[in-house]
Each structure stands twice: as C-alpha cells, then as structure tokens.
Design a protein around this ligand. Structure first.
Ligand code: HEM
Length: 510
C-alpha cells in the first residue's frame, strides 16, 4: 500500500514538474486550467466542437487543452488555419495515434494514420495519381449511380407501401445502406448483397467487423490517455488483437480472390483493390499497406457521406423554398422524363451551391483529423512543442460572423454572390482540410453527395412528419468527434416523378 502511494506521489510530482518546465520553456496558448493526470478531460462537453467553439470565445482563437497529459492546440480562425495548414504545413503533418489506432493501422502503415515521411509520400502519391485521379473517379461513376438509384428505389418502395402512406421514414437507414454498399464496392470490388436485396454472408461479416470497430472505439476509456497504467489495458488489447486479425483475414481472402480472377481473365478492374494489387510492385507497397488503405477508405468515406447527406435532407425540409428552387432547376435542366446523372451536375449551379452550403454549416469532421507537430513550431505567436496535437476547428471558421454574413442562416445564394472554393484554398471553408493532408477523396465525395442530394430532391418532395413543425427538427449534433445528427431525421417523401423512373440503374462489375 505504502509503495503504491509512493508510486502515485512520484508520478504526480514528475507530472507537475514537467508541466512547470513546459510552461517556463514555452509560451503556450492560453486555455482552461488542466488538472494533474486528467488534464481538461473532466471539463469537456460531449459535443466536442461546440465545446471548443465556446472556449474560443473565452480564451481566444487559439487555445490549449490537455487530453490527459497530452497537449492539444485548437485554432479557430481562418488566419490561424492558414498558419497551420499552409505556412507550417509540413511541420504539422504528422498524426497522433492512440494505442487503438496504432493497432488498427499497424503503426501507421496506411495513409490516414501514417506520419509524414517517405512512406506517407509514396502512399499519398499512389492515392493522388492512381486511386483518385479524374479518370478513375469517372470510371467509378457507374458504381455511384447504381447505388444512388438503388437508394432512391428503396425509399420509393417503402413510401408507396399502403401501410406507410404519409408516414415518415428514417433517412439514415437508406443513406447508411447506400454508403456501405458504395464504399465497400469501390474498395473491395464486390456488392455485398444477394439478388433478393439482402446483405450476403460476407457482407454480414464485413458489417460485424465495422460494428466491432465502432464498439471498441466507443469504449474509449480514460486509460487511453494514461499510458503509464498498462494493467488497465490487458482485456482491451486482447479485444483489439482479435478484431485486427478478423479484419486481416477477411481482407486477405478477398485480395486472393481478385489476384486469381486477374490471372484467369487478364483483366484489371477499376475498383481500389484491383488497382492497388496491380500497382503493388511499381509503388513497392506491402500487403499490410494495401489492407490499411482499404480500411482507410471505408472509415474515411462512409460516415462522412451519411452525415453530410442526412443534414442536407434535414435542411431541405427546414427550408422548403430552397428545396423548391433546386427542384425547379432540376426540372428545367434534366426535365421530368429521365433521372439526373453526374453528367448533369455542371449544369446545376444552384444544386452545387446547396451542397457547398451543407458542407459549410455541417462539416462531418469538424476538427479535421489530428495534426501532430513534427518539430517545435510557432503559430499565432505561441509555441507548439514537438509532438503536441493541433486541431483546426473548421466548424467555427465556417460560422465566424466576422467573415460570413448571417453565418447561421442556411442560404446557398451566398455562393452565387461570391465564388468560394471548398477544396483547400479559401481558409473560411475547409470541410476537407487543406495542404499536404487534405482529403484525397474530396472530389469523389462532392460528386457523390451532390448526386445523392440531387436525386432525392428530383424524385421526392420532402416534408416533416405530421404534426412536426420544421423549427422543431432537432439540429443538434451527437456527442463525439464527427457530427452525426443527434436525432436521426424523419422525413415524409412524396414521389414527384413517374413510377418507372424509380428503378435502380444496375451495373455489373466495374
Ligand atoms: C463528405 C465527405 C468527406 C469529407 C467531408 C472528408 C473530410 C476529410 C478530412 C477533413 C480529412 C482530414 C484532413 C486533415 O487531416 O487535415 C480527410 C482525410 C482523408 N479522407 Fe476524406 N472526407 C470525405 C470523404 C472521403 C472519401 C469518400 C474518401 C475515400 C473514398 C476519403 C478518404 C480520405 C483519406 C484517405 C484521408 C486521409 C488523408 C491523409 O491523411 O493524407 N474521404 N477527409
């Protein structure tokens, strides 16, 4: 007992001495007072981005927050975002990996969690030149159009059922299935659904792996921030290892199937798994990196799509005049005798503004991913010591009243009045980040989100459930790092095109 007390006191003393040393050595940004060991964890509010935006009002546009003993610096203004993502881009391009992320990413052998260095540069080049080139995005368009039209068909089939007449549907169910089928098909080159529209057994295994990851992730304990208490992690480590090998086995089996199919037919398909396997030697990447990249695509590209389109549909219901204006544009450009395709998007400028306005008000990853300092850096006149984390609060930038007129108003017209880029060159609007670590899937995501939203608005008039006023729709975010709606939005979709236009436009293997 005495030894344990002595141990705890020594740890506390070392911690306080270290913090004092840091305070004296560095001019750190101000922030809420941290407690020993737990830092500011005790004070965080569940919706992290709202908590940070409130703290920016108190401590200023750059502040420090301690997650356990780890220093995080949060920047909340376009000028500081530029300092982080442009002026100090390379110095702040590492990633902060928790124990759990280290395990999933095999110590950063993937892209998302890789530190900046030769491995990162190589893999990023593969993504930019091969996986997300304009040519490949276009070649993968049939998969997106197949899955978007399948979603529309599902919504239609459900809303015309006599027992569902006038009933509200939970949109997240349809968006979730669409995003799952799209991203897994894009990555693994397979549609995990049988001819009856039921997820097949392999798809069930894939879903179980994804659910397992979510469960492990949501079990995040304070222990994550207290690495000197390893005895807290034993059970957790075992669960992580089990999960990791299950995901590996699943992926390796599909890799083998594709390798055999390529040998048999001599054909390389456009999906990511075939593209990576056929380029593996040229880019000198390991199987672990391919596995890591495939799961990166799923973790980075699935929820982000669901979150954005769910908010977009909620905004359509809350702002019927916007919905009507999009419908008028679609009817004028596409007409009512065919369905829209991605090829129509350049001729639909108002729809594009609506998509942008959704990304402005509801960025799905509002703090980007954590950037870690490669070396000591200065931002906003403050020191950021090596290895501390920097988060850019893009949610706050896009709602900053000093750079946006009436920022809380959902008004797509603002983008007709001023052409503002959302792919990393305008620091007021950064849903995909900027600089070296900008989202490589940005263009693909914009195409997909615009197409999903356009199809839904063209095919249906969307209204709130009976008895619910539009102002009563819950527009708060769920707790956590991403911004899912706290309450899944329920919408009554009324078809506005003829029934034969609600059929899935199926394509085979792409
Ligand atoms: C609504 C859609 C999406 C949004 C808003 C979004 C946003 C982001 C953001 C903010 C980052 C981190 C940037 C940073 O660290 O500063 C990121 C990284 C990334 N995203 Fe996306 N993303 C979306 C869709 C996608 C899709 C569809 C894919 C792939 C199919 C994808 C793949 C990635 C990858 C691989 C990274 C890691 C890049 C790196 O670390 O170098 N994202 N994304």
């Amino acid at each position: 007992m005495a030894a344990a007390v002595l141990f705890a006191v020594s740890i506390l003393t070392i911690f306080i001495a270290y913090k004092l040393f840091q305070r004296l050595r560095y001019k750190l940004p101000p922030g809420p007072r941290p407690l020993p060991i737990v830092g500011n964890l005790y004070d965080l509010k569940p919706v992290l981005v709202r908590c940070f935006t409130e703290w920016a009002q108190i401590y200023g546009p750059i502040f420090s927050v301690y997650l356990g003993s780890h220093l995080n610096v949060v920047v909340n203004s376009p000028e500081l975002a530029k300092e982080v993502l442009k002026d100090n881009d390379q110095q702040l391009a590492n990633r902060n990996r928790t124990r759990m992320i280290n395990m999933f990413s095999k110590n950063g052998m993937d892209l998302v969690w890789s530190d900046y260095g030769p491995h990162y540069v190589k893999v990023r080049k593969l993504c930019t030149l091969e996986l997300f080139s304009a040519k490949r995005i276009e070649a993968l368009r049939p998969i997106r159009e197949d899955e978007v039209t399948a979603m529309v068909e599902n919504v239609f089939n459900d809303c015309v059922k006599p027992e569902n007449k006038g009933k509200a549907l939970v949109m997240r169910d349809y968006l979730g299935m669409m995003a799952f089928l799209h991203i897994t098909r894009l990555s693994f080159g397979k549609r995990f659904m049988d001819s009856n529209g039921v997820v097949d057994s392999e798809g069930e295994e894939l879903k179980a792996i994804l659910d397992g990851a979510i469960q492990i992730g949501s079990r995040k304990s304070f222990a994550e921030f207290l690495p000197w208490l390893p005895f807290l992690f034993k059970a957790e480590n075992e669960a992580l290892a089990k999960h990791d090998s299950r995901a590996d086995n699943f992926t390796k089996k599909i890799m083998e199937e594709h390798t055999l199919a390529r040998k048999r037919t001599g054909n390389t398909k456009n999906h990511f798994i075939d593209a990576m396997l056929s380029l593996q030697k040229d880019y000198d990447i390991s199987d672990d990196t391919i596995i890591g990249l495939l799961w990166d695509m799923i973790s980075a590209g699935m929820d982000t799509t669901i979150i954005t389109v769910e908010w977009a549909l909620a905004e359509m219901v809350r702002n019927p005049h916007v919905q009507q204006k999009v419908q008028e544009e679609l009817d004028r450009v596409v007409g009512k005798d065919r369905v829209m395709t991605e090829a129509d998007i350049p001729k639909l400028p108002y729809l594009q503004c609506v998509t942008k306005e959704c990304f402005r008000v509801h960025p799905p990853t509002p703090l980007l991913l954590p950037h870690k300092a490669v070396t000591d850096v200065k931002v906003g006149g403050y020191d950021i010591p090596k290895d501390s984390t920097v988060s850019v609060n893009v949610w706050a930038l896009a709602r900053d009243p000093s750079v946006w007129k009436n920022p809380l108003e959902f008004r797509p017209e603002r983008f007709q009045e001023e052409d503002i880029d959302m792919k990393g060159t305008d620091y007021r609007l950064l849903p995909f980040g900027s600089g070296r670590r900008i989202c490589p899937g940005a263009q693909l995501a914009i195409n997909l989100v615009t197409s999903m939203l356009g199809h839904m608005v063209h095919h249906f008039t969307m209204t709130p459930p009976d008895g619910v006023r539009v102002e009563d729709i819950d527009m708060m975010e769920q707790a956590g790092l991403t911004t899912y709606m706290r309450t899944p939005v329920r919408i009554v979709p009324t078809p506005r095109l003829s029934a034969d236009l609600f059929k899935r436009v199926a394509v085979g293997s792409v």
